[in-house]
Design a protein around this ligand. Structure first.
Ligand code: DGI
Ligand code: FE
Ligand code: FE
Length: 190
């Protein structure tokens, strides 16, 4: 499928604001894919589909977790944690995507995980720094993303975890595994 077909398919499934965010993630992911030698088409498709499940019904998503034997720990965490893994299932079942790298980029875009691929990092970072995002420190993250993908990934994970702790939210195990992995890599300093 071509870009315009994917975009037309996702548009009716989300509010305008989320669609604009998605286009921003797409443009940012394409830019990062060029910069870091990643498959540009894969980055584009993963970005367009990354939030496809964001507005799906929670009970429906929890049933997918059970039916598709996804990580049972997802039950009870709500749509913020469900929409990545369930989005990957939709990408597979409704859009016929079979590429595991692409599916994993959608699946882990919210939490990250240990040993992330370059494509997973690109989608995670692009999701946070796309042009419509507004939060303190986002410009610093944007500058880092133009210099070093691993350092940008590390800074993005630290920002998310700091936010979750500040706002007294529980932290999903994969998010912690992602953070620990980044901190254990020399390259992530700075
Ligand atoms: O879907 P988006 O809003 O574009 O962004 P996202 O999928 O990266 O994140 C959705 C939300 O999930 C965001 O408010 C941060 C939150 N989140 C990320 N990791 C965790 C988390 N929430 C909890 N409770 N625990 C996590 O580990
Ligand atoms: Fe998301
Ligand atoms: Fe997003």
């Amino acid at each position: 499928m071509e870009r315009e077909q994917y975009l037309a398919a996702i548009k009716p499934r989300m509010p305008e604001k989320r669609y604009i965010h998605t286009v921003g993630v797409m443009e940012t992911a394409i830019n990062l894919a060029h910069k870091y030698g990643e498959d540009v088409k894969k980055a584009e498709t993963a970005a367009i589909l990354h939030d496809i499940a964001k507005y799906a019904d929670i009970e429906w998503m929890e049933n997918i977790v059970r039916d598709e034997k996804l990580d049972e720990r997802l039950i009870g965490w709500g749509s913020e944690l469900l929409h990545g893994p369930v989005g990957a299932c939709i990408a597979q079942s409704e859009f016929g995507i079979t590429d595991d790298e692409l599916l994993n980029a959608i699946r882990f875009h919210t939490t990250g995980r240990a040993n992330m691929s370059r494509l997973e990092k690109i989608i995670f970072v692009a999701d946070m720094i796309e042009p419509n995002r507004r939060f303190d420190g986002v410009d610093r993250l944007r500058k880092k993303a133009q210099k070093n993908l691993d350092k940008a990934m590390s800074a993005c994970v630290r920002h998310t975890l700091a936010f979750l702790i500040d706002t007294k939210q529980p932290i999903y195990p994969l998010s912690i595994e992602c953070y620990n992995d980044m901190m254990n890599r020399e390259d992530s300093e700075g």
